[in-house]
Design a protein around this ligand. Structure first.
Ligand code: SF4
Length: 73
């Protein structure tokens, strides 16, 4: 399936802000999962196409997450 968005993560910024748990909590379609430790997240690729563009992840970690709309690039 073609992806219409890409999610860029800046692990350092997420860890610094302690935003990992928040990201896992806020995404309504469960795109974020626990990472290697409790300061990091991983992306569940199978869920990326379910993104609703709600921006909650970028509000939770403005420096750590960027949802890139591939169709606008
Ligand atoms: S924009 Fe919303 S649905 Fe998409 S990854 Fe972020 S929190 Fe999840």
């Amino acid at each position: 399936m073609a992806m219409f968005i890409r999610i860029d993560l800046k692990e350092d910024a997420i860890a610094e802000a302690g935003a990992a748990a928040k990201l896992i909590e806020v995404c309504p379609v469960k795109i974020f999962a626990a990472g290697a430790d409790d300061k990091s997240v991983s992306i569940i690729d199978d869920n990326v196409d379910e993104c609703t563009l709600c921006d909650l992840c970028m509000e939770a970690s403005p420096k750590g997450v960027k949802v890139v709309k591939l169709y606008e690039e």
